[in-house]
Design a protein around this ligand. Sequence first.
Ligand code: ADP
Ligand code: ZN
Ligand code: ZN
Length: 813
Amino acid sequence: MKPDAGYIEVAVAIPVFQTFTYSAPESLAAFVAIGKRVLIPFGRRRITGYVLGPSRGFDHKEVKAVLDVLDEQPLFPSAMVPFFRWISDYYKYPLGEVVKNALPGGLNIRDYVQVSLTTDGQAVLAREQLNPVSQQILSHLQSGPCRVQELYKKIDQTIPGALFYSLEQQGLISRKWELSQAGTKARLERYVRLSDVRPVAGKLSPSRAKIMDVLTASGEISVRQLKEIIPTAAALIKPLEKAGYLTIHYKRLYRDPFGELIKPDRALALNPEQAEAVGGICGYFGKGYKTFLLRGVTGSGKTEVYLQVADEVLKSGRRVLVLVPEIALITQMERRFRARFGDCVGVLHSALSAGERYDQWSRILDGEATVVIGARSAIFAPFENIGIIIVDEEHDSSYKQEGKLRYNARDLAVVRAQQNDCLALLGSATPSIQSYYNTVTEKFSELILTKRVEQRSLPEISIVDLRETRDTRGIGRYISPQLLQAMQETLERGEQVLLFLNRRGYASFPVCSACGQPMRCKHCDITLTLHRRSNAYRCHYCGFSRSAVSKCDVCGSSKIKQLGLGTEKLEDLVAKLFPDARLARMDRDTTTRKGSVLKLLKGLRDKTTDILLGTQMVAKGHDFPNITVVGIICADLSLSFPDFRAGERTFQLLAQVAGRAGRGDRPGRVILQTYNPDHFSIDAARRQDFLSFYNQEIGFRKALNYPPFSRVVQLKISGTDPRTTKKHAHILGDLCHSLKANQSARYRSIDIMGPIEASLARIARRYRWQILLKGSNIRRLHQFINQLMSDHPAGFSRHQVQVAIDVDPFFMM
Ligand code: ADP
Ligand code: ZN
Ligand code: ZN
């Protein structure tokens, strides 16, 4: 942006949709740039805004001036501005809040600036009369460099950033960007390298001569390795360096999340299917936008395809963005990318501390990190020159953010690729119906990996019909004889077992045995779950908890039947069955502490765990070659949700968890226990037949006009008072209906369903209502909502009753 543009467009992080024009006073004009934050007067307040570009037209008389420029460097490149605008418009979220959501939280760059006095500054301070604030700053710095934060505290909170710029430009102070602790904690390893000077033969002691021999053979070696050959080497290299025979230097080491060194690797020889996929993608590279859907069965080597495509992209000087659904999988992906690409890999996810995130963010902005791997929010990585955006496990629902800005990172990957004229690559063994449909309609191009690598076979899946064991008492009711036998055989062979049950806690359905009343949450319309380990009933929606010795609310009886099997109880049962087996449980309760997921995965990898049981956390993407049996305890739990995607989710979950079996040299088996063996989602998962699942499901979507044949927007209405909430839901519903009636030609294609009470009618003391808007034309649907919002802003205001707009909703309950 040219500084003389004078007037700038600023977005502010408040609930308004428009942007504002400000002028940049002369003293600041040179510092204003797209992507920086500015301090602006806003009504009676001073708030932070984001510079988006030159003003796009405004009313001169009202324009106020920017008070300060808050950032030294832009926080995002100008190429991202259209992306932010698109998101704000599509997801109906205020632009400034979109930008705020995109930037790493807790980002306060001022904290990281170290200021010191220069010699010129010393001299000027002694000689000249400066303005009082500058005087104070320089005087303070006389006692040594300090953080800029300290100057704010000691002198004045409102020192304008521009003053620092100007003092620096005059050469009176210098500023240094200090990276926070975490960034500097890099582990370094000492290496020695041969220099040009050769010692005279026979002049060195035997061990020194031996060091030189080793070095002559290898050219460069780490001191650690050298010590393995010559134990006294550490003491001898210094003198050798002094004599000029070798040089000592340090290299940054990368360790995998398990603490082990990552050894550099090289591209694998691709099998024909992989080669075709890589070729197909690379053939398109540089020719503009295109999205590929890589459908490869579990264990077919999709990651190797990503790596080799990424390599091509990097060679052309463009950037690579890789999205992965979960932190545990990020570390696995990071490991493989680091082994291949080393230093240029950056990561972005919520488990990083604020300082670490800031470091990563600046490494991306500086062009140091050219590959970024991250979770959902990494879609906002501040890249300018993207070559490809890869979305692994593209079907995963964790790409959808619930709450605040309700976006889907998978969909945004496609949008960003479009805007950047680059490629998007979505990969999955169980693609979403939406994405696969896009290949059918040729919006996306399909690439297929039908086989596992190295001729490994897909696991054999056998079904156990739970209806037959319904009346069985005891353990046999949960763990069928078939599963039991498979587990026994596996453990005897020294291999590992994975058990999947998608429900945590001990008992998910505690019921009074006297009157039949379930134990309910005080704040939600939901039954509580008994958690034995923490001795409490817990609500999984709001966190409410009550003592495990609670009595029935209705009749006061203390006899509560603990129905509904959860992972805790499964753990107890399995421990009884296999007292000698080493057992671990992975669910949200055992993974609250940082690093706990890794610890569990390490147990699997190091074979200190024989049986891992857990919720859907165990289903996702992990690659553990020694797991040869997977037991699915009850396949039906996700089928009964009142949601049009219930079948899709069930299929994905089952096929994914089954895919964890037999990834090594030995073939795998899956025992799938179900009450609905004939349900097409379960049957298709058994046959691992994505296409037959798709064909059934797409027919059902078409018949009911659900996505992908229509688009859906859900208005989520919630409030603490049942009557006002209901009333507001009805007011909003009436507004929808009358808008449609008044402009029936325009909005004929839009269906309005509701208002209805949500299936979870109360969560965390909030009463919940919904209106579903469905239309085959997304543009019309957006027009409809825009008009609704602009005609009736009160319908959406955030007072007593909250209305959230969820475009392409996932969580429908
Ligand atoms: P997916 O993501 O498709 O489930 P992965 O990418 O995890 O599968 O690959 C499974 C395993 O196969 C990995 O250990 C990987 O190193 C290995 N692999 C991938 N491609 C090849 C290949 N061409 N030759 C040999 N091994 C391969
Ligand atoms: Zn009772
Ligand atoms: Zn609750």
